[in-house]
Design a protein around this ligand. Structure first.
Ligand SMILES: [Zn+2]
Length: 378
C-alpha cells in the first residue's frame, strides 16, 4: 500500500498520566453537555497538551501484549493481556454459555431484570462469536452487582456529569441511573449491554494477597477501547443501530474493522488492542503505526471534550488519511475513475460523520485531498 507518513511533534506523558488516573472506571457517556456562559468566560483558550507520541513508521515492530508477572516478597502481581494466557489464573480452559448463565442465576445481587438481560447477552455472544472466551465474564458475574443510583450519585461514581453508566472494575460494580428502562432499541439498552462488555474483558482483584489484573482492555487507550466495546455491543443487536456510543471514534473503528482481514469483534473479546494494531500493521505494511493512530483518535476525543483548548485540525489528518487509505484499497479505488473515487469518498465521509455532534470540529476535506494525492489525475 502507499505510504503516507506524517510526523507529530512533541514528547510528554501528561496525557498518558491523565488517562492512567481513570483506569478503574469505564464510563459510557454521550456528547458533552454544553458549557455554561460563565464557564466559557472563565476558561480562555490554553495551550493544548503534548500528544506524547508521533504518528510515523517506527523502527521497532509492535509487541503484542501477553502478560506480566512480578513478585515482591511473598506478593505476586499478575497482569494478563490476552485470553491465551488466562490459564495463568483460571484452572479451566473454557466455560460454556450455560455455565455462565448459571453463575448469573446463583448471584443473589443480580435482580430479575438484569438477570434476563444477562441471559440474553450471554446467548447473543455465543451465537454471534462462538470463539469468544467467556471466562472473564463468567468470573465477574459470580459477584457482579448492578447499582441503580440517582443522577447525582452516578455522576459522582463515574466522575463525569455526562455519564450514562460506568463499570468500576475494582468493585466489580456497574452503576446506572435508577430511572432507566431497558427495552431493546432504547439508549439505556445499549448502555447496560455496553457495561456488561467491560465486565467481559477486565478483572481487578486481590486474591489471597496477590494482585490480579486481567486487562485485555488497555488503560492507556481508553477511547479506542470504548469505541470497540460500543461496536461489539451494537453488533449483538437483532437490529441495525447506527446511534452508537462514542460516535466519532466508533464510526472510525467500524470502517477500519471492515477493511481488515482476519479480525472480527470476537477477537476483541479475546485480545488486547495491540493484537488488533498488529493485524492492521500486517495488512498496511506499516511498522508499529496503527497503535499511534488509535492514540490520536483518543487525543481527538479528549480535545473535543475539553473546551479549554483546540488543536489545529491538521493534527488529526493522519487518522483521516489512514482510514481513507484502507477504505479506498478495500473498495477497489484503483479500478475507478476520478468521479467514481469521489463517490467512494462521499460514502466514507457519510459513514465517518454519521451522527457526530454538529459542534465537533472535523475537517472532512482532508479525505478528498488524501484521495486526490493517492490517485493523481488520470
Ligand atoms: Zn464504556
Amino acid at each position: 500500500m502507499r505510504t503516507v507518513k506524517r510526523i507529530l511533534k512533541g514528547l510528554g506523558v501528561a496525557a498518558l498520566a491523565l488517562t492512567a488516573a481513570l483506569v478503574i472506571i469505564v464510563i459510557l457517556s454521550r456528547p458533552k453537555p454544553s458549557p455554561t456562559l460563565q464557564q466559557q468566560v472563565d476558561t480562555g483558550p490554553k495551550k493544548p497538551p503534548e500528544l506524547g507520541f508521533t504518528v510515523e513508521d517506527l523502527d521497532e515492530p509492535l509487541t503484542i501484549d501477553t502478560y506480566t508477572l512480578t513478585e515482591w516478597r511473598d506478593r505476586k502481581s499478575l497482569a494478563i493481556f490476552d485470553s491465551e494466557y488466562l490459564g495463568m489464573f483460571f484452572d479451566y480452559d473454557s466455560v460454556t454459555p450455560e455455565e455462565t448463565k448459571q453463575v448469573v442465576a446463583d448471584n443473589p445481587a443480580i435482580t430479575p431484570r438484569f438477570r434476563e438481560l444477562l441471559y440474553w447477552y450471554i446467548d447473543a455472544i455465543a451465537r454471534k462469536y462462538p470463539e469468544a472466551d467467556l471466562r472473564i465474564l463468567h468470573y465477574n458475574l459470580q459477584t457482579l452487582e448492578v447499582m441503580e443510583v440517582d443522577a447525582h450519585q452516578l455522576a459522582f461514581e463515574a466522575l463525569s456529569l455526562s455519564a450514562y453508566g460506568c463499570y468500576k472494575r475494582a468493585e466489580n460494580k456497574i452503576y446506572v441511573n435508577q430511572d432507566y428502562d431497558y427495552a431493546p432499541g432504547t439508549w439505556e439498552y445499549q448502555v447496560i449491554l455496553h457495561e456488561f462488555g467491560h465486565a467481559a474483558r477486565t478483572v481487578q482483584r486481590n486474591v489471597d494477597g496477590d494482585d490480579i489484573r486481567i486487562q485485555l482492555s488497555d488503560e492507556y487507550l481508553e477511547i479506542p477501547e470504548e469505541a470497540l466495546n460500543s461496536l461489539f455491543t451494537v453488533s449483538l443487536f437483532d437490529y441495525e443501530e447506527r446511534d452508537i456510543a462514542y460516535q466519532l471514534p466508533s464510526n472510525l473503528f467500524q470502517v477500519m474493522l471492515e477493511c481488515i482481514d482476519d479480525y472480527d469483534l470476537g477477537d476483541y473479546i479475546n485480545h488486547s488492542l495491540s493484537y488488533l494494531a498488529a493485524k492492521m500493521d500486517a495488512q498496511t505494511g506499516y511498522n508499529n503505526y496503527a497503535m499511534n493512530i488509535f492514540r490520536l483518535i483518543g487525543a481527538q476525543r479528549a480535545d473535543y471534550m475539553d473546551d479549554s483548548y483546540e488543536r489545529d485540525q491538521s493534527t488529526y489528518y493522519p487518522i483521516y488519511d489512514y482510514v481513507c487509505q484502507l477504505y479506498l484499497e478495500r473498495n477497489g479505488a484503483a479500478e475507478l475513475d476520478a468521479a467514481g473515487r469521489r463517490a467512494l469518498v462521499d460514502r466514507l465521509v457519510e459513514r465517518v460523520t454519521y451522527d457526530v455532534p454538529a459542534d465537533h470540529p472535523l475537517d472532512t476535506e482532508e479525505f478528498y485531498r488524501y484521495a486526490e494525492t493517492a490517485f493523481p489525475a488520470d
